[in-house]
Design a protein around this ligand. Structure first.
Ligand code: DQA
Length: 138
């Protein structure tokens, strides 16, 4: 099974960025742990701060991957283009967020991803990604 994690803007700063909200662990370190937890899964990881690069990656893997786990970060709340990209591909997408976006500012309550996603997992810290993998494995 081939699963790809795609992270959007500012998530390259995990571990340094607002640790009270996003925790202390760099994503690369967490990703190594995830890979050892799921040796049977071919896990790939892509991060970009650029909206068009995220869309390019979704299009690139969206017809060959078995599952996509997408944390579009701030673009979640603004990007019609990312929403359309998810609609355009065949691979199912699970939307994840580290924080509970519904307990935060109002602008974080809107998502252009959710209507086109298979499901949404949020608020469990980095464990949201593990839960998404478990869901694909079922
Ligand atoms: C986030 C929540 C977004 O609102 C925010 O812009 C992020 C991270 C999360 O994982 O909690 O950058 O997607």
């Amino acid at each position: 099974m081939k699963i790809s994690i795609i992270n959007g803007p500012n998530l390259n700063l995990l571990g340094q960025r607002e640790p009270g909200i996003y925790g202390n662990q760099p994503f690369e370190q967490f990703f190594t742990e995830l890979k050892s937890k799921f040796p049977q899964v071919e896990l790939n990881y892509f991060q970009s701060n650029i909206e068009g690069e995220l869309i390019d990656e979704i299009q690139r893997i969206g017809f060959s991957s078995d599952g996509i786990i997408l944390n579009a970060a701030a673009y979640t709340h603004t990007s019609v283009g990312l929403g359309d990209a998810i609609k355009a591909i065949e691979t199912a997408v699970i939307e994840v967020h580290i924080s509970n976006t519904f307990s935060r500012e109002d602008f974080r309550h809107t998502s252009y991803i959710t209507p086109n996603a298979k499901g949404l997992i949020l608020g469990f810290g980095l464990d949201s990604y593990r839960l998404a993998i478990e869901s694909f494995l079922k």
